[in-house]
Design a protein around this ligand. Structure first.
Ligand code: GTP
Ligand code: MG
Length: 445
């Protein structure tokens, strides 16, 4: 709301682009095995930075006790659904804003339970940076490894490790070192430099090294979780990329006309801008011009990457545009792909994944059946090299380079050209079979 008020001030008084003055945005996802303490760390961070009052915290504590879940009060800051609170597990993603010295951060709290990995993937696909949370008494667990793979596969660049629940191991440096060594081994296996990866020793429940420096671990010289946010490098500016707005929904509003809504993933949209809707009704694209841009019931002359908008386009009617289309700058249209090469991680296939398999791909807001037409190579996590050329099949846990052919019209870009338009998940019969990122495309003629 503050940001919105600021926008209004800038718009009416300075007549400036609001973002030009605000801090850069960064999305940070918290991942890791179930019960590692992700929600507790984030909840504690909100409490210690004053975003949650003593009064609210007291209420949450009472509720936790009521459900027989004492100790989950900080997690309840993030876990709001009744089922989450009763079970003491995160099911859906929860988002929180926090302003640091350097950034305007959106924290994404992901579930660790393996049943909800699809939500974790969605959260990861939105992240610039990640905290992999590990409970010191437990060490590396199955979803620690799985989540690390997914972070890699989805191309999340910056990673920090939080070794949490240090209170439960008497704040011992020895245990921290042991877990750090265990995790470092894992990092090397997936090709991440363990020596340059930050490890934070913390205890979310007690508030050690979350927002406040702990006095229980004099041996620890590193940053707190809060400090680590500002150590992450500034994400590549998304406003410099061509304008892309994947359409989430299309409304018909009396007196206004057709209003597509969605999030501008990259670039800048301006009133008067010539746009093209791709693939659009025909697959060839439909041309138009931005007439109005609306955010939170206010109209604006422009909107930027990260903004959720509803727009009206001259020349575009209800039948021209649908969910899954991408509104683009007409001079820099998104490619429609004939085929593409991707790196994928197989997460949860009931048997094995072979050539010819045709599940539904979820890419930005589109859902398109696509066929695996070639299993190019299975990759070796230890070296990043090729483990096997043209494997006959892939099984859960495998990482591979594959060639894919969309069965419909699909707008997609490579990770290099536009990271926000390159990530996807593969779903079949209600579960997430795989996740990946597009590396190369062959354009449709
Ligand atoms: P999921 O989202 O369900 O994967 O779990 P999570 O990683 O968000 O864990 P959550 O924050 O819900 O905490 C799980 C349990 O660990 C709760 O009982 C917490 O009280 C406990 N816990 C979290 N942080 C700490 C900590 O620093 N020390 C101790 N001793 N317990 C902690
Ligand atoms: Mg949680």
């Amino acid at each position: 709301e503050n940001k919105n008020n600021l926008r209004k001030v800038y718009k009416y008084i300075f007549n400036l682009t609001p973002m030009a003055r605000a801090k850069p945005n960064m999305n940070v996802v918290f991942v890791g095995h179930v019960d590692a303490g992700k929600s507790t760390c984030v909840g504690r961070l909100m409490f210690d930075t004053g975003a949650v009052s003593e009064q609210e915290m007291k209420k949450l504590k009472e509720e936790a006790v009521k459900y027989g879940k004492a100790g989950f009060e900080f997690a309840y800051v993030m876990d709001k659904i009744k089922e989450e609170r009763e079970r003491g597990v995160t099911i859906d993603l929860a988002y929180k804003k926090i302003i640091t010295q350097k950034f305007e951060i959106t924290i994404i709290d992901a579930p660790g339970h393996k049943d909800f990995v699809k939500n974790m993937i969605t959260g990861t696909s939105q992240a610039d940076s990640a905290f992999l949370v590990i409970a010191a008494p437990a060490g590396v667990q199955p979803q620690t490894t799985e989540h690390l793979w997914l972070l890699r596969t989805m191309g999340v660049k910056n990673l920090a490790i939080a070794i949490n629940k240090m209170d439960a191991v008497d704040y011992k440096e020895e245990t921290f070192k042991k877990v750090k060594e265990e995790v470092s081994k894992l990092l090397r296996q997936v090709g991440i430099n363990a020596d340059t990866t930050p490890f934070v020793a913390c205890a979310g429940l007690k508030g050690d090294n979350i927002a406040k420096k702990s006095d229980k671990m004099p041996w620890y010289k590193g940053p707190t979780i809060l400090e680590q946010f500002d150590i992450f490098p500034v994400p590549e500016s998304l406003t410099n990329l061509p304008m892309r707005m994947p359409v989430q929904d299309v409304y018909e509003i009396t007196g206004v006309g057709t209003v597509p809504v969605g999030k501008i993933e990259t670039g800048i949209m301006k009133v008067g801008q010539k746009i093209i809707v791709l693939p659009g009704r025909t697959g060839e694209g439909v041309n138009g011009e931005v007439k109005t841009i609306e955010m939170h019931h206010e109209t604006y002359p422009e909107a930027l990457a990260g903004d959720n908008v509803g727009i009206n386009i001259r020349g575009i009617g209800k039948k021209d545009i649908a969910r899954g289309d991408v509104i683009c700058d007409a001079s820099k249209p998104v490619p429609i792909v004939e085929e593409f090469v991707a790196q994928i991680a197989v997460i949860n296939h009931p048997t094995v994944l072979a050539k010819g398999y045709t599940p539904v791909f979820h890419i930005h807001t589109a859902q398109v059946p696509c066929q695996f037409i070639e299993l190019i190579a299975q990759m070796d996590p230890k070296t990043g090299g090729i483990l096997k050329e043209h494997p006959d099949f892939l099984k859960n846990g495998d990482v591979a380079k594959v060639r894919i052919k969309p069965m419909g019209k699909l707008a997609l870009e490579t990770q290099k050209d536009n990271p926000r338009m390159s990530r996807f998940s593969v779903r079949d019969a209600g579960s997430t079979v795989a996740a990946g990122v597009c590396l190369e495309i062959t354009k449709k003629k």
